[in-house]
Design a protein around this ligand. Structure first.
Ligand code: G6P
Length: 513
């Protein structure tokens, strides 16, 4: 690696002054309304025991970034109802305590339709396909039940989304931009366009947050499903993906599996059924300012104390993930085990903390994975643990302030995903870390495209190389750690979440859409 001190880092013409960006956004939305559609709502409702309705923001950086648009745009958010109170709400204007105001409209599918859409198609099938997670001799098994879930679940819910968006557009008598999010809604643009005569169709921008594998992998999906996904996405005006590789893979997939489409690789355009879809990568990021503010809060300081007590002056290897097979948690523990075997000097000197957030428990693979990873950690502890040293500690639960505190204190952050659209932990860590910690990063995480100059790169299945990288990270000289940490901070803060959003809208504008 070529070392670059933070002061030497060149400035980038891409950086945009926040004030100019706000002005530009206000102008952009002066004559158009905005509908965002995503599986999860920006706000979710709960009914308190006294009957009072409680409004809570959905978790995550995406909600915050998109909500920022309330300042500039007349925004409506369409999502699946996740609580009874959501379902009872239907549609209406929401005024949050912080002054944020938006229209919130819930799609309320029958429970079996939702189950097929979320627990059979979107998560096991599409998610596993796009993260290349199948062990093909045994999975996937696409049986009658899967087809039912496709037809009565995924197709139905996508149609309901399209109807809800259309209703929302018709309620406003202005041109509307529709921003669709992610793999739950691949067919929505297709159904949405059916609701409007040609010439009156809303502009649509669809962003896919997860990887897009090459066309060979898409061949595993039955042709009817594959065709519907591609035709749906080719109704979109601008399709955003995380990385250049994802965009190229999308174009190649259309070229191979949608023979009537004309693909122009140079312009990043698919022409199909008299319609152009522009394809471009917009790597998502984090809200650097909000994260820094949280990191300075007293709540995080209290957790920091807790983590200090856990670490007991030793070195800390950290991972923070949803309990998700694509995160490759088990191989991470195996790599730590291998490192302890190869470099006994680390025994008793390093602790591995795994902060694990439960996820998608309605899907069998996720439930099973929890047991598998606990057993893997238990094996390492049984083999190497002593009366005063527990090599691996797994903490399960959703606690973002605690995760931020741990991110401040790691010596090594391990992100070894088998495949990942971006991986925001890899961007959050270097921003808040106080110890010039090293980042061991999988070359199959989207974040690797931007962060490569500052990380220790690993191939996620190579446990031996991961063990070596963990060792290297622990023994790295202080000046190299500092240089890499500075480089990572610079790479991350120059393109934060606001930039992600702004670049998509600028691209639309440049296309006159
Ligand atoms: C991850 C992915 C997103 C996806 C989300 C859904 O965060 O990166 O692309 O939308 O999971 O998670 P959920 O908990 O709603 O199934």
């Amino acid at each position: 690696m070529k070392h670059v001190a933070s002061d030497d880092v060149p400035s980038r013409d891409r950086e945009v002054d926040p004030e100019c960006r706000e002005t530009w956004l206000t102008d952009f939305f002066a004559d158009r309304a905005l509908v965002i559609a995503a599986n999860r709502g920006a706000v979710t409702l709960q009914q308190a025991p006294g009957g009072e309705l409680l409004f809570e923001y959905g978790e995550g950086g995406l909600v915050k970034a998109l909500l920022g648009l309330c300042r500039s745009a007349d925004l409506a958010w369409v999502a699946c109802a996740l609580t009874e109170a959501d379902a009872a709400w239907g549609a209406g204007q929401v005024e949050m305590d912080d002054g944020t105001s938006m229209r919130l409209r819930f799609v309320v599918p029958p429970p079996e339709a939702y189950d097929g859409y979320y627990n059979v198609i979107a998560n096991p099938l599409l998610w596993f396909l796009q993260h290349t997670m199948w062990n093909l001799p045994v999975a996937p098994v696409i049986d009658r039940a899967t087809w039912d879930a496709w037809e009565e679940g995924y197709v139905t819910v996508n149609r309901l989304f399209a109807e809800a968006i259309a209703k929302q557009i018709q309620a406003r008598s202005r041109p509307t931009l529709v921003m669709l999010q992610d793999y739950h809604l691949y067919l929505t643009a297709h159904f949405l366009q059916e609701q409007f005569p040609e010439g009156e169709r809303p502009t649509t921008l669809h962003f896919i947050h997860i990887p897009w594998p090459g066309p060979e992998y898409w061949r595993i999906l039955p042709p009817t499903m594959r065709q519907s996904v591609l035709e749906g996405l080719c109704r979109v005006d601008l399709l955003g993906l995380q990385t250049r590789e994802d965009s190229l893979n999308f174009l190649r997939t259309c070229e191979l599996h949608l023979p009537r489409a004309q693909v122009n690789f140079k312009r990043g355009r698919v022409w199909c059924d008299n319609h152009a879809t522009y394809v471009q990568d917009f790597p998502i990021s984090i809200d650097v300012e909000a994260l820094r503010a949280l990191a300075e809060s007293t709540q995080v300081a209290e957790y920091r104390q807790e983590i200090h007590e856990f670490v007991e002056g030793r070195r800390l290897i950290l991972r923070v993930d949803r309990i998700e097979p694509s995160k490759n948690i088990v191989r991470g523990f195996q790599a730590f085990e291998e490192m302890l075997e190869l470099y006994p000097e680390h025994r008793g000197e390093v602790k591995f903390l795994a902060l694990m957030v439960p996820s998608r428990l309605g899907v069998d693979e996720y439930q099973d994975y929890m047991e598998v990873l606990m057993a893997a950690a238990g094996r390492v502890n049984a083999r190497f643990g002593t009366s005063d040293w527990e090599p691996i500690r797994v903490l399960v639960g959703e606690n973002y302030p605690r995760a931020v505190a741990a991110l401040q204190l790691y010596d090594v952050l391990l992100v070894n995903a088998i495949a990942d659209g971006m991986n925001l932990v890899a961007k959050e860590g270097p921003i808040v870390n106080q110890r010039a910690g090293a980042l061991v990063l999988s070359e199959r995480a989207g974040a690797h495209q931007q962060l490569e100059p500052g990380v220790l790169t690993i191939s996620p299945c190579d446990v031996y190389a991961t063990a070596e990288a963990l060792h290297q990270a622990l023994v790295m000289p202080e000046d190299e750690r500092q240089e890499r940490a500075a480089r990572l901070r610079w790479l991350i803060q120059r393109e934060d979440i606001n930039d992600w959003l702004y670049r998509q809208l600028k691209a639309l504008d440049a296309l006159n859409l």
